[in-house]
Ligand binder design. Structure first.
Ligand code: ADP
Ligand code: XUL
Length: 536
């Protein structure tokens, strides 16, 4: 699908939203009436096999990284594909986007000069190949910073105080702890030659700007370094994680900041207008909040590589489980979020272990068992989980409540999906979620294409479930919406900018009987989870 000029010959105004996500780089293009006119993507494993990633990352024990240059090469490739399809770059009035949260990029001294001096004759990848003091960027799946987390909580006065200040207790993947690990090992790496640290989001914006781009408040809240109340770096946390971090991170900015015009490189090479504005990039979850047009009372369930659940809140009340970020579309509000490492990849793994190769067959298998699975429940943490902490699998039979080592496949797949969403309801309630029939669950991410899974969510949450038609890429769409909103004058509300966006599509309605069954199972599940996570 390529974007076109209007039939009248008059140039359309277009907005781009990029998503530098775990497995892919994606972009969507919206026109002024917010219709999607084009989508392109690059899959890291398939399109860039030379980097040898699996699911977009490299794992070495608990350390999980992605080659920084792979992301740059993906952008080269994506723009070339758009050009090959005659994408009308000259019509783009603004662009923004997002990146997987928490991942970090380390620019070597002198790199801003390289960004400013980009020439159209060469690719970004060639020109920026020597720019990174750490060539493998730590990403959100990394679990290797337990000792740094312990130290940070200790030096900040404990987990709850750190959470009250920064929105979260110390988490391994949060960037401050990743920086602390690199800083501690600076004798064995090149950390000392770093001139600037970016998040994946601000790194992406830096490429488009041709200079270092600021970290935005919302994605900055995922670092354990940013005071979500004063909206500035918190010196106590900065000091605990390294030296000179205030300068290395640069000043944080509201997420709707227009950073400036696009770099001349993209004007010369692809034909972007020199007036095209670059708006601060943010994290993929905050961007999804914008893309889903979340309003107070709604819950977004994002079913990507990881599963996340988030809500709009006015007053931050951080807990030891879950996170509070500055809201990406209203800097005076907040978003609460729960993140589960065992999302789509785990569903895929269990599906494969059950000898099923497609989602259609997975759904046929699900249909063989009733809601509530006759009381059989399970917890499936193929990846080390963080909500709550734990790893491994546990199954409890419906009959006598004994633990068992296996379930037949049709029971296994249902126990997996039901367990994942009973857990989410349980945790969201603790974070302040009140279930009412007026609640809307807005689903997004790869698995939101699966209506059987969405029906289970509707029944568990006793809520209508909606998707936004046309794309599962709410994170990209959120980038394009924010690109438009940030250009509107007079501090207009985000809601005004997205008035014309496509209606939600109702995809599942709760069934009273099924919901009752789940309410009866909820306590049993919560107890199983408590006993399971207590062991970790
Ligand atoms: P990310 O943005 O984190 O890279 P996506 O939101 O693109 O991930 O989601 C990708 C995941 O979606 C894949 O891991 C895949 O397992 C899952 N997925 C895609 N289609 C379906 C489906 N019909 N049912 C369940 N899961 C699906
Ligand atoms: C959120 C998180 C993941 C990443 C990748 O805290 O770690 O959702 O943003 O999608």
């Amino acid at each position: 699908m390529a974007a076109n000029k209007k039939a009248t010959g008059q140039s359309e105004q277009l907005y781009l939203g990029f998503d530098f996500s775990t497995q892919q780089l994606k972009v969507v293009c919206l026109d002024t009436s917010l219709q999607i006119t084009a989508e392109f993507s690059i899959n890291f494993d398939e399109d860039l096999p030379e980097y040898g990633t699996d699911g977009g990352v490299n794992k070495d024990g608990l350390t999980v990284t992605a080659p920084t240059l792979m992301w740059i090469k993906a952008l080269d490739l994506l723009l070339e594909r758009m050009k090959a399809e005659s994408f009308p770059f000259e019509c783009v009035v603004s662009l923004s986007g997002c990146g997987q949260q928490h991942g970090s990029v380390y620019w070597r001294r002198g790199s801003e000069g390289a960004l400013r001096g980009l020439r159209k004759e060469e690719t970004l990848c060639t020109q920026l190949q020597d720019c990174f003091s750490v060539s493998e960027s730590p990403v959100w799946m990394d679990d290797s910073t337990r000792s740094q987390c312990q130290r940070l909580e200790h030096e900040c006065g404990g987990g709850q105080i750190l959470a009250d200040k920064t929105g979260s207790r110390a988490y391994e993947r949060f960037t401050g702890n990743q920086i602390a690990k690199l800083y501690e090992n600076r004798d064995t790496n090149d950390f000392n030659s770093t001139e600037r640290i970016s998040l994946v989001s601000s790194f992406a914006a830096s490429l488009f700007r041709g200079c270092y781009a600021n970290i935005d408040f919302s994605d900055g809240s995922g670092m354990n370094l940013f005071d979500i109340n004063t909206k500035d770096w918190w010196d106590t946390a900065l000091k605990s994680c390294g030296d000179n971090l205030r300068a290395l991170l640069g000043p944080p900015v509201p997420s709707n900041t227009v950073l400036g015009n696009i770099s001349g490189y993209f004007v010369d090479k692809y034909g972007f207008s020199p007036d095209c504005k670059v708006v601060a990039f943010t994290g993929d979850n905050p961007s999804s909040l914008a893309g889903m047009r979340l309003e107070q009372g709604d819950v977004v369930v994002s079913l990507g590589t990881s599963d996340t659940l988030f809500m709009w809140i006015e007053q931050p009340r951080p807990q030891l489980m879950g996170h509070v970020f500055v809201n990406p579309v209203d800097k005076d509000a907040y978003m609460a979020m729960l993140c589960y490492k065992n999302g789509s990849r785990t569903r895929e793994k269990i599906r494969d272990d059950c000898g099923v190769t497609s989602w259609e067959e997975f759904n046929q298998m699900l249909d063989k068992t009733p809601p509530g699975n006759n009381g059989n429940i399970g917890i499936y943490f193929s990846e080390p989980e963080i909500t709550p902490y734990g790893q491994g699998t546990i199954r409890m039979s419906g009959g006598d409540g004994t633990l068992c080592t296996e379930f037949p496949p049709e029971i296994e797949v249902r126990a997996l999906v039901e367990g994942q969403f009973l857990a989410k309801l349980n945790h969201a309630t603790k974070l302040g979620y009140h279930m009412t029939r007026a609640t809307r669950v807005l689903a997004t991410g790869g698995a939101s294409a699966n209506t059987n899974i969405l029906q289970i969510i509707a029944d568990v949450f006793n809520s209508d479930v909606y998707v936004i038609g046309g794309t599962a890429n709410s994170a990209c769409v959120g980038g394009a919406y924010r690109a438009k909103h940030s250009l509107m004058s007079g501090g207009s509300a985000f809601r005004d900018a997205v008035q014309e966006s496509p209606a939600y599509e109702l995809v599942a309605k709760p069934r009273e009987e099924a919901h009752k069954v789940y309410m009866n199972l909820l306590e049993k599940y919560a107890k199983l989870e408590e006993s399971f996570s207590a062991k970790h």
